[in-house]
Design a protein around this ligand. Structure first.
Ligand code: GLP
Length: 242
């Protein structure tokens, strides 16, 4: 793993955006795996800025988002559909048919999940996957468990994740208890992976991810098995690393 520690959030966001811009400029039809959450917000703002400055063109970009809550409409302000359009897609020139986000509203979820995986394969796989990390070491919404799924699937969110994400909702009871997430197989098949983390509350998960045993009980630890992972951490998230 290539571990990079930066001084603050704006540096983290700028560096992450620079990696994405470089990827897209080298290969305009890049397939990007995208993450949500508070961590990548600054990166998206930087990417929009770079687009406005004409330093990057997203017209051939293809994206696959990692996950989506189950039971929220795409217009719900806390849905990841809404998030992605608000922070990124509505401000750039990506073609709408090149945007892929798991759909929780499909009646036949198993079929929709299979289709999502099929589309990723059809696109040639993910070139660069952006990841955040949960306080419990989840990636996407792949929660710590005895077994993990390789493909896209419906998952029960852990109490820890519901508690962590309740800050975005009016109350804990409003947080969906299920989500659709890309599986660890699709994530691990990405050519390159960029993990971003900031804040003290991520330090333990980062420590276990980098230096702990590889275990499904900390899904991010599987990234130790991947050949091309770059980590962008602020000082607090990196504080428990040697
Ligand atoms: C969320 C998302 C993840 C994200 C993580 C961290 O629940 N499913 O994809 O990486 O939790 O979020 P944040 O960046 O807000 O800490």
């Amino acid at each position: 793993m290539d571990i990079n520690v930066v001084d603050n959030y704006s540096e983290l966001s700028e560096k992450a955006a620079a990696i994405v811009v470089n990827e897209v400029n080298c290969r305009p039809d890049t397939v990007l795996g995208l993450a949500t959450g508070s961590t990548p917000e600054g990166m998206y703002a930087q990417l929009v800025k770079k687009y406005q400055e004409r330093k990057v063109d997203f017209s051939d970009l293809i994206t696959f988002n990692l996950d989506e809550y189950s039971g929220l409409s795409t217009e719900h302000p806390q849905s990841y559909h809404y998030y992605m359009h608000k922070h990124f897609f509505d401000h750039i020139n990506i073609k709408s048919h090149n945007i892929n986000i798991p759909h929780s509203e499909d009646r036949d979820i198993a079929h929709a999940c299979g289709e999502y995986d099929r589309k990723i394969i059809e696109a040639g796989g993910i070139n660069l996957q952006i990841l955040g990390i949960g306080v419990n070491g989840h990636i996407g919404f792949n929660e710590p468990a005895e077994h993990l799924n390789t493909g896209t699937h419906l998952v029960d969110l852990s109490d820890e994740t519901i508690a962590a994400n309740s800050r975005f909702f009016n109350s804990r009871d409003d947080v969906p208890y299920q989500a659709i997430t890309m599986g660890v197989g699709s994530i691990m098949h990405a050519e390159k992976i960029l993990v971003m983390a900031c804040g003290k509350n991520k330090a333990r998960a980062i420590q276990l991810m980098c230096c702990g045993k590889v275990t499904t009980n900390l899904p991010a630890s599987l990234l130790q098995l991947h050949r091309c992972v770059t980590l962008l951490l602020d000082r607090e998230a990196a504080s428990l690393l040697e």
